[in-house]
Design a protein around this ligand. Sequence first.
Ligand code: ZN
Ligand code: ZN
Length: 268
Amino acid sequence: MKYTFVINNHLTDNRLKTEHGLCIYLEANNVKILLDTGSSPETLSYNAQILGINLASIDYVFLSHGHRDHTGGLEAVINKNHSVKIIASKRLKNTHFYSERNNQLRDISTPIDLNQLHNQMIWIEDGEEKTINNFIKIFGNSSNIFPKPKANKNLKTKLPDSTEILVDSFEHELIFSVTTDDATLIFTGCCHNGILNILKSANEKGIKNITHIVGGFHLLDPRDGQTFESDDELLKIATFLQKNYPQTKIETCHCTGENAMKFFQQKH
Ligand SMILES: [Zn+2]
Ligand SMILES: [Zn+2]
């Protein structure tokens, strides 16, 4: 198994463009997968070309949740690739998403109408556990015992056939796991359900011996006069991970604040 960051808020390869978004290219048992697509088709096309990734040969695109910083680059793939399969929660159908900042709502919905891609879509129902090629598992969060990221309170949704804007409860967030002879990787998207709930969900699905946890943890630095997780709360998460996943490579990125990052770096 090998994976490469194609889009992230920070990238070490300075030939690449950065943006607020996440996209990872994963190759496992000769299957080529994009885990999310970043915010824009331009960045995805540009970075893929630099990295020598042929978007026309991608087998699957996995969309972790409905936010544009994960779904916005999809057009770059579907324009070049008519056989690619796109995996997403059925809850993304006709649902709108917003981020609230300084009392202003910004639309962060998926820019492409996924209904139009009906032949290419693999929709995941609530509670469904989907297995692909025997070594990839996709499922939703099933644990609510650990706290969820405090910054979720600024994220809103409008359900199909409704005009009401609600605080998002993130049932549309999916978890991706892949197991090969040499590794088991969990991709967490943004961890809107909380990294510890996501790992508990994976455990309930029988996913053991995780070698890699990759994704954003949505533990934001203070901003716009708001503070989110305290140092104490961040330390608790980092300590839990160190104790229960001592051998696991944890590659937290994207929407993990710099303060939170310090705790994970100290612990791993
Ligand atoms: Zn998100
Ligand atoms: Zn994100």
